[in-house]
Design a protein around this ligand. Structure first.
Ligand code: ZN
Length: 414
């Protein structure tokens, strides 16, 4: 099964969320970050040193928990001859599971991005910030400000602006000198403008093409009118970059300060872009509902039916959805039921008694509903979109539609 980037990101987010909930009684949860180039045997010998030092811990319980965790880590490391490309993170420790009990748990994570530095960290919770930082947007935008005399090309990463190229032209002003024919003057001027636009485009394309396409979100162009419009419609940029022009903005300056002026005007455009895809899906979904076209479906049961029929084009799942699909089986007869339950921390589901023979039922299988539905979606070549709560329509999916919706390929009446 090929997992989409969105799905991987979602899963990573959920893993971090689960780890965030784990706590130790004392400073006894160990977080071990091993970069790719760190020798695993070095890590092991450092851990043995830590093991020796742990004998100084005063509290008997904490001491036992820390040494226990280190022992567990050492045995895990034996199975890892070399850290993977992005390194590996191991979380281990006696996690508080309530009712005055702890449980020695180990989590091994291969991060989506390389780990930069080795870390051995012992605390009452796991150290997650280096992984959480990986969730932050790595989006890069191209910025250009230009008029017929000057142009500046820059990059916007996060909130940081970097000037990458600055160009000036020899395009003559509008006033011709005496003695020149008006026609000839105009012709030369147009040629000079065209040459300058080509120079700007070449410089900008070189900068933008070098950026990882996965991170390169698009280009914003600033400048006075009609220069920037002329530049855009002339398609001077590399065709891949030209396709990624996201908007034109009126900007007075065309030097480095113009990049900041442009950035100030982007505010709203950028915020929108982060959720622009999700927003489009939700708008489409709501439009189909309002128009009563029969091309939108919601509710777990209805969407599941549509999914299994293969009629779903895009499955919409709120990333706030916290439900589990369980299969319960009777220990006596062959009765089997499937149910969806809401996950509550520290609460165990009691399956109750068999409706056929009255014997006790047992949970045979338990799977996160997001995993369950998106797996069916993959089998049916249905696109899955994870919808965040960060915008009005996204919030609506969770509150008004139970977190599950679908845009259909054709009408099914379900
Ligand atoms: Zn039964």
């Amino acid at each position: 099964m090929v997992e989409s980037e969105a799905h991987k990101k979602y899963e990573f987010k959920r893993t971090l969320e689960a780890l965030r909930d784990k706590h130790g009684r004392g400073t006894e949860l160990i977080s071990l970050y091993i970069p790719h180039d760190k020798q695993v045997h070095e890590v092991s010998s450092q851990l043995r040193e830590e093991f020796g030092q742990a004998s100084n811990i005063k509290s008997r319980v904490t001491r036992q928990n820390v040494t226990g965790a280190i022992e567990s880590l050492l045995s895990r490391l034996k199975l890892i001859p070399k850290a993977p490309v992005n390194g590996v993170v191991i979380f281990c420790g006696a996690v508080d599971i309530g009712a005055n009990k702890t449980d020695m748990l180990t989590f091994i994570i291969e991060p989506p991005e390389p780990i930069v530095s080795y870390k051995y960290h012992c605390d009452s919770s796991f150290l997650l910030t280096p992984l959480e930082d990986m969730l932050h947007e790595k989006q890069t935008y191209g910025l250009m400000v230009l008029d017929r005399r000057e142009a500046t090309v820059g990059l916007l990463r996060g909130k940081h602006i970097e000037e990458m190229a600055h160009l000036t032209s020899t395009v003559p002003g509008k006033q011709r000198k005496g003695g020149q024919s008006a026609h000839r003057f105009q012709q030369l001027r147009l040629i000079a403008i065209n040459d300058f636009y080509t120079k700007i485009a070449d410089a900008a394309s070189e900068v933008f093409v070098a950026i990882d396409p996965k991170e390169f979100m698009g280009v914003f162009i600033g400048g006075p009118s009609p220069t920037k419009e002329e530049f855009e419609s002339g398609a001077y940029l590399h065709h891949e970059i030209q396709k990624k022009i996201l908007g034109l903005f009126d900007v007075a300056y065309t030097d480095e300060s113009g990049l900041y002026e442009l950035f100030d005007k982007l505010g709203e455009a950028l915020q929108d872009l982060d959720v622009v895809k999700e927003k489009k899906y939700m708008e489409r979904f709501l439009k189909e509902l309002v128009n009563d076209s029969g091309l939108a479906s919601y509710g777990e049961e209805q969407v599941r039916k549509n999914l299994e029929m293969g009629s779903v084009d895009t499955l919409l799942l709120s990333d706030e959805l916290r439900k589990v699909r369980i299969t319960i089986k009777c220990g006596n007869c062959s009765n089997e039921e499937k149910k969806t339950i809401t996950k509550k921390a520290g609460e165990e589901y009691q399956p109750g008694n068999c409706t056929k023979c009255g014997s006790g039922m047992k949970i045979a299988e338990s799977v996160d509903i997001v995993e369950e539905l998106s797996t069916v979606a993959d089998q049916m070549s249905t696109n899955t979109a994870f919808i965040s709560n960060d915008f009005e329509e996204g919030n609506q999916l969770m509150t008004a539609f139970g977190g599950i919706g679908a845009i259909l390929r054709y009408k099914t009446g379900i």
